[in-house]
Design a protein around this ligand. Sequence first.
Ligand code: QAP
Ligand code: CO
Length: 170
Amino acid sequence: MSTLKILLFPDPRLRTKAVEIESVNDEIKKLAKDMIETMHQGNGIGLAATQVNVHKRLIVVDVGGDQKKPLVLINPRIKEILEPELTPYSEGCLSVPGFYEELERPKKVKISAVGLKSEEIELDADGVLAVVIQHEIDHLDGKMMVDFLSNLKRERIRKKLLKQKKEAVN
Ligand code: QAP
Ligand code: CO
């Protein structure tokens, strides 16, 4: 296993639209394992392949709680919005380190995906799980949480992260 480098906002590669995965082969399984390790190392609860510069439709999610194993969702889709009322949640992102912002998303969604054993997955997600899955699917379409913020807030975050990058000793 190995950890992967996470792209940071405003890296333009985060705007790439990811392509569907045709078969769950060894390369995809390795990618999923490495993404789980990368997410855990960064104390994250969700990560999309886009964020590690692999533009394939795969996300990993680990919100802890009763569901103990991390979820691997291949070609995840929101099949249905089960409860459309927008619910606020303070969201973070491993690609936007140090910033948490309150966003509103539908409360409950039905998700379809394919699992690591090529099995069909269908799940009804609410609470933090619904928030994280919607956040990660956005990444696969090149969309980020900062896009929901005011131009002023987004600009502040962009400048701060660019400044940190410039000052970092790599
Ligand atoms: C998406 O993001 C999410 O700023 C996943 O310094 C997170 O795991 C959706 C993280 C929370 C809803 C709520 C962020 C770690 C992790 C940071 C993450 C940081 C260290 C973000
Ligand atoms: Co994110």
